[in-house]
Design a binder for this molecule. Sequence first.
Ligand code: GUN
Length: 285
Amino acid sequence: MTATVIDGAAMARQLLAELGARVEALRARGCQPGLAVVLVGDNPASAVYVRSKQRACDAAGLRGDNISLPAEVSQADVLALIDHLNADPTVHGILVQLPLPDHIDAAAVLQHIAFAKDVDGFNWRNLGALVDGHPALAPCTPSGSMLLLERSGVPIAGKRAVVLGRSSIVGKPAALMLLERHATVTICHSRTPDLAALAKEADILICAVGRPRMVTADMVKPGAAVIDVGINRLPDGKLCGDVDYDAVAAIAGWITPVPGGVGPMTVAVVVSNAVAAAEKSLLTA
Ligand code: GUN
């Protein structure tokens, strides 16, 4: 079998076009949706992500405000900025790009963002809503992964799903989303014995470990849907995922490439969450 390649870039463009129509409807009601992205320091990878979010805002018609702070900024000043953005009615979504410098407590900063503007879905209230099956603003990478599966026609209900990785940003919320869609879900991590054998049972395999090409073809069930969340930089500067792409593509049913898979869809979901936050703000105004 040769896998169907899930074109995340094309699906992200489609989603942004759909969002553009919702932005038009908001504008017609006098609401211009705005997303504020806060970048602290000069991490080059973060700068790339922030630029891609700006492009996605432009594509869907959102106002994107990029706020850059020097690496030495104090935590108090970051919190004060968030207070200001929380109170600004023209800002519907706030995203603080991670990682933050070591002297800043990232959890304190993320929890300071008003839950109604938390487009990352990291606020404990939003994560709690996801746990309880009433997702409000949900984390973007797993939401994007679910959209890729759904829009590719991958069956989920009743299937075995295995999530490699247990981060709060990807692994844990991805498992909850798959569970909500009636998959039987296993989460594997660095202390899981026989991880390869468990992975091979998966009809849907979400790979979010951050280790280049760790998922080899012998770990994949023929016909499985393989979602590669990893973005790893090789010594030669090239990007690769957590999946040994060529070998796995030869046996999987569906596969996402890196780049061009989960990444663009994640960015489109940031915009989607900002649009949803703006729509909700009109309901509560
Ligand atoms: N850095 C890497 N992934 C993410 C993410 O999902 N959200 C934010 N805010 N920063 C990140």
